[in-house]
Design a protein around this ligand. Sequence first.
Ligand SMILES: Nc1ncnc2c1ncn2[C@@H]1O[C@H](COP(=O)(O)OP(=O)(O)OP(=O)(O)O)[C@@H](O)[C@H]1O
Length: 124
Amino acid sequence: MSLELKDKKRTIGFSYAWNGIKHVIRTERNFRFHLMAAILVIIAGIVFHISHVEWSLVMIVIGLVLILEMINTAIEKLIDYLKPEINPAAKIIKDISAAAVLISAITAAAIGLIIFIPKIIIIL
Ligand SMILES: Nc1ncnc2c1ncn2[C@@H]1O[C@H](COP(=O)(O)OP(=O)(O)OP(=O)(O)O)[C@@H](O)[C@H]1O
């Protein structure tokens, strides 16, 4: 495959991914909430001068929550496409997918508290 064709395919791949990101921002309230929370945590990280290791942990959990929120949305859409009617299997698939997001959010909140609470206590 020529270098030019490879570049073109890569650009098209990015544009599809960007399209997916725009879609979840526009349509998913939970995703917007997690994105806002991520922005606030990044601002807090700058304000409190967190360390490189702390930044790495913050970035990992922010990525984890946003990625799982997107996968959850994709699973919901897939189920709605394949099984739009009420169905017990559809229910449990969606419930498990939502539970994955919840666990990632709890993990992120726990890491946020571990990093920021001691810094807030020092200020107070
Ligand atoms: N086809 C279905 N059959 C049975 N239960 C369903 C079905 N679709 C959704 N549910 C139940 O409703 C819950 C909410 O599903 P829904 O697709 O509305 O997602 P949501 O959490 O409201 O996400 P969003 O707000 O992003 O649409 C599911 O977790 C599941 O328990």
